[in-house]
Design a protein around this ligand. Structure first.
Ligand SMILES: NC(=O)c1ccc[n+]([C@@H]2O[C@H](COP(=O)([O-])OP(=O)(O)OC[C@H]3O[C@@H](n4cnc5c(N)ncnc54)[C@H](OP(=O)(O)O)[C@@H]3O)[C@@H](O)[C@H]2O)c1
Length: 353
């Protein structure tokens, strides 16, 4: 086999890592390519699920003795601690690897230190190769580890004139089956789905990730979180069925903000503590407005249907914007047709302090 450059190997490692998307949390996605001393690929691996072998271990097992004197190309700094599996830094040292190339350092204080351990063992370590690409795949995990609360994606569905329901309250369905199927796929990539008690009382949603045609549940279900200051969620609400874990987060349990409602920052801190790295905020407009007003939304995914209603509630209620100069500016990063609808992805621009 022909030899490949370290840069090509990293590109491959980044692609391998994405195969674990949605299955590794609370761990990151990681990919690894092992080159022998001549630069030939002798092992490949990715982290497939939390508790399973790390990418480096899979690649080392494939390479066997051919790893000796070779180069390990890995998207995230190899871990340096014993969790459910042993430290990858030690496995790389034991395998006799000469060079370790890392895209992104590990911000997790518990697991970091792998690069230092490798260097101390006399192994050459190179950091930062294709860091932007590798970091993009792990953006939710990296963001949540650095700051201690989950990466929050606000998802909504609306008509072209921004309505989330008709004047009589009917809202099923604004968007197409294709768009709703896309939402279920999105739910499958996060650790928690959040809704306000207003949505639970109005729509009685299940908030599970499932096949819309036959109702089959996805293997991995996000935690369902109802943000419900005084515990108004009915005992027989669908969100309380046994299909997935549910947490009705009350102000008494989480803490209350100045308005007496659930303190959203405290809610996110608790979710992080429970292993949630990415959370999907599914509304409704009141809760979404409160999250946006507090600057707690990292990404917006809007499904916009080619329909007009002219009246009825809007997708977003008060978000703390009294005047046009205070509008929440967004950077649109993607526009993709989904069936007859458009999926628009945007990032809130950071406000000047
Ligand atoms: N188009 C869409 O994408 C979409 C998505 C979801 C829902 N909806 C629609 O939205 C409607 C419901 O709207 P909604 O605004 O009443 O629902 P909501 O935003 O889901 O729930 C609002 C409730 O959340 C509770 N809450 C707890 N802590 C809060 C905090 N810190 N800040 C703000 N709220 C907090 C409040 O009740 P307590 O104070 O009692 O806790 C509040 O009344 C439904 O008709 C539904 O169909 C549309």
């Amino acid at each position: 086999m022909a030899s490949v450059s370290v840069d090509e190997a990293m590109r491959r490692a980044v692609a391998l890592a994405t195969r674990g998307l949605g299955a590794t949390s609370p761990n990151p996605i990681v990919g690894c390519v092992l080159l022998d001393a001549d630069g030939e690929v002798v092992g490949e691996g990715f982290h497939a699920y939390a508790g399973g072998p790390h990418a480096e271990i899979v690649a080392l097992a494939q390479a066997g003795r051919r790893a000796r004197g070779g180069t390990a190309v890995v998207t995230l700094e190899p871990c340096d601690h014993t969790g459910r599996t042993g430290p990858c830094s030690h496995a790389l040292i034991a395998a006799g690897v000469a060079h370790v190339v890392i895209a992104v350092p590990d911000p997790n204080p518990v697991a970091s230190g792998g690069a230092a351990t490798l260097r101390a063992a006399g192994i050459q370590v190179t950091l930062g190769v294709r860091a932007a690409e590798a970091g993009a795949g792990n953006v939710a995990w990296l963001t949540s580890m650095r700051r201690g609360w989950p990466y929050v994606i606000w998802k909504y569905a609306a008509t072209l004139d921004g309505r989330s329901a008709a004047a009589d309250g009917t809202s099923m369905w604004i968007t197409s089956e294709a768009a709703r199927t896309d939402v279920h796929a999105l739910r499958g990539t996060v650790d928690a789905v959040l809704a306000g008690v207003g949505t639970v009382l109005a729509d009685d949603p299940r908030l599970t990730a499932r096949n819309l045609r036959d109702g089959t549940l996805a293997i991995r279900q996000p935690l369902r979180v109802v943000v419900d200051s005084s515990g108004r969620t009915p005992a027989d609400a669908r969100v309380r069925d046994g299909a997935a874990r549910t947490w009705v987060a009350t102000a008494a349990e989480v803490g209350a903000g100045p308005d007496g409602r659930v303190d959203l920052a405290a809610l996110l801190a608790e979710l992080h503590h429970r292993g949630v790295r990415a959370a999907l905020l599914e509304g409704g407009p009141t809760l979404a407005g409160a999250f946006l007003a507090a600057g707690l939304v990292d990404r917006i995914v809007g499904y916009v249907a080619p329909k007009l209603l002219g009246a009825g509630p809007t997708a977003l209620a008060d978000a703390g914007v009294p005047t046009i100069a205070d509008a929440i500016d967004l950077e649109i990063t993607d526009v993709t047709p989904v069936g007859p609808d458009l999926r628009i992805t945007a990032l809130p621009r950071k406000r000047e302090a």
